[in-house]
Write a protein that binds this ligand. Sequence first.
Ligand code: SF4
Length: 124
Amino acid sequence: MAIVYRIRAHHGMCFSFFRGKGYSGEFTDNMWKMKENLAHNPDVILLKEADDVCAHCPNNQKGTCISMEKVADYDRQVLDLCGLEPGVRMRWKDFEKTVQDKILKPGRREEICKDCEWSELCVL
Ligand code: SF4
């Protein structure tokens, strides 16, 4: 049976910019693996809670991000700008394109996550 990835909405932006930097070796290994698998365009379920990226992050404390309020706000903004609801299931490339068209190409990323510690790495 095909894997359906759980993706918190703001990670739709993170995958566009990920080049190997991250919170730990386990985190970056998982990001590379997921990036490779997402390239095959699986179904994903969009979330505003911990996902398959958070599962390998040292900031994930028993299923909750230590920056919970901040990242939940990123998720909410991404979903709003993309016109999507949490829990929706769709193909990864459709979500990726929506994030590109609604947020990244119009230059709206910094409105959402300028205060993220990785923000300066996220340039197209
Ligand atoms: S920092 Fe928080 S939202 Fe980001 S991957 Fe880690 S646990 Fe998830």
